[in-house]
Design a protein around this ligand. Sequence first.
Ligand code: FES
Length: 234
Amino acid sequence: MSTRYDDTTRTPQEYEVLTGGGAEAAQVAKRGISRRQMLRRATGVSLGIVGAMAGLGSLMMLYPNLEGQFGAPITLRNKAIYIPAEQKEMLLDQKGMFYESSAKSYIMHLKSGGTTQFLQSGVALDNSMEAQDWLKDGDTFWLALYQVCVHLGCKVPFRDDCNSFKCPCHGSHYNIDGEYIDGPAPRSLDRFTMTFDSSGNVTVDTGKLNQHVERPDVGTRVLRLPYVPVCSAQ
Ligand code: FES
C-alpha cells in the first residue's frame, strides 16, 4: 500500500521528519511552492540585485563623486601663503601669481597702488569686477584664472619676462588678470569662483567656470596693459 503524505495537515516539524526537507521546505510545500519555483525565485532575486548594482554603478559613472577633485570646490592653501604683488612685480610662485595644479588655475593676488593701475573706478570698476569674478579682500584683489587658452585649449603659462600670459600655440596674449590683449583668442581667460573659509583657506570652485569675460576695449579694460606689450613666442 502506498503512503501519501498530506502536507497541509502536518506541522513543519513532522514534515521535516518525513521528508528530510526541513521546516523551511515544509512551509514552502504548505504554500504549494515547488523547489524548482523556489530556485527560480532565488535566481530572479539574484539577477535583480545584480541589475540594481549595475544600475548604481552606471549612475556613479554618470555622476561621479568629485568631492575635492577638479570639477568641484577645491580647498587650496591659506591665503597668507599667496603673497600679494603689484602688477609690475609679479613673479610666478613667489609673489602675485601662483599656479595650483589641483585646480588647474593661476591664483592672482594683486596689491593695489604703486605700479597697479586700474583703468576704471567707482561703480564701473565694481561692476566689471563682479562680472569677472574678482574677489576683493581689504586693499588686495584676487582672481582664479583657468589655465586653458580660450582659443583652442592649450595650457597658457604665466611669463615673468612679459608680465602676462602668453599661449605657446598660436600666440594669444592675456594680461595678469586674464584680460585679452591680442592674438586669435575670442575672449579673455575664463575664471573660477573663489572664496575664503573661516580659517582663511582659499577655495576655488572648479565646478563654476565663468566663460563670459569678453575682449575688453579701452572703455572696459580693468587693468592697464603690461609693461611688455609685445611678448615673443618662446
Ligand atoms: S590655443 Fe592658445 S592661441 Fe591657440
